[in-house]
Design a protein around this ligand. Structure first.
Ligand SMILES: Nc1ncnc2c1ncn2[C@@H]1O[C@H](COP(=O)(O)OP(=O)(O)OP(=O)(O)O)[C@@H](O)[C@H]1O
Ligand SMILES: [Mg+2]
Length: 236
């Protein structure tokens, strides 16, 4: 398997605050990578640097073999992003929001099919302002995947979803990887869910990926599974 994301010695500080202090991370093609860490550990900061939304201080980020410093546009065509609270055109419907996104990306896609895949079918034309939190989460995932990118970078994608929604997304993410050859890097605070879905786990603590291992190996190493591992690494 090849690495589709390679981060080396990444550093970022905000004033006096050293948030990322030499972080290494590798994601292999076709896998689901669960990125964990406490509130404020720097997960979103890493995702923003990976997508060029934030300038890094030091280190290298290569996605699909391309350097983010020199090939940002090419990279953006091949990744789907959901970072922090997604912003939509509130007065427009899900379909119209996706249409605008596709036009912006200069891509074409089957909007209805994508709406269906994320379980938003039957929502009619109501504006996004009338959506529940879970509906917004589904629409955000739809927007990230609609231009058929090879890699999805999803920051807390199941935030706000009910148990059925979480299960639906687990099935969808697995399907995207197994049947459509996608690679998914996602962050989450729901250890149980990540343990279910991720092939590889990375735990961000003290500004570095303090642990990166196959989920299966973590389960062998820690009797209590991912939760034990998480608290061991984060010192909780
Ligand atoms: N633009 C910014 N200016 C100053 N400090 C920032 C900025 N963005 C993030 N930080 C700080 O960097 C640290 C990491 O924040 P980040 O949002 O990356 O954490 P996180 O791991 O995503 O947390 P959470 O799980 O709560 O989403 C925090 O201390 C935050 O206050
Ligand atoms: Mg965050």
């Amino acid at each position: 398997m090849t690495n589709v994301i390679e981060i080396n010695r990444l550093k970022k500080n905000f004033g006096n605050l050293d948030v990322i202090k030499g972080c290494n991370l590798t994601v292999m093609k076709n896998e689901i990578y669960g990125f964990l860490g406490a509130n404020g550990a720097g997960k979103t900061t890493v995702f923003k640097m990976m997508t060029g939304l934030l300038q890094k201080d030091e280190g290298t980020i290569r996605i699909l073999g391309l350097d983010i410093d020199t090939n940002r546009n090419e990279i953006l065509k091949n990744i789907g992003i959901l970072i922090e609270i997604p912003v939509f055109y509130e007065h427009l419907s899900a379909e119209e929001n996706l249409k605008i996104h596709l036009a912006y990306m200069s891509e074409e896609a089957d909007i209805k099919k994508t709406i269906d895949m994320v379980g938003l079918n039957g929502i009619d034309n109501r504006p996004v302002s009338k959506f529940s939190l879970g509906m917004r989460a589904r629409l955000a995932i739809a927007r990230a995947m609609i231009h058929n990118p090879q890699i999805l970078i999803l920051d807390e994608p199941v935030n706000g979803l009910d148990p059925q929604g979480i299960r639906d997304m687990r099935v969808l993410f697995k399907k995207l990887c197994i049947e459509h050859g996608k690679t998914i890097l996602l962050s989450s605070h729901t250890l149980n869910e990540v343990e279910h879905i991720a092939d590889t786990i990375g735990i961000l603590a003290n500004g570095i990926v303090a642990k990166q291992a196959k989920t299966i190996d973590i389960k062998k190493e820690y009797k209590g599974g991912l939760e034990d591992c998480y608290f061991d690494i984060t010192g909780g």
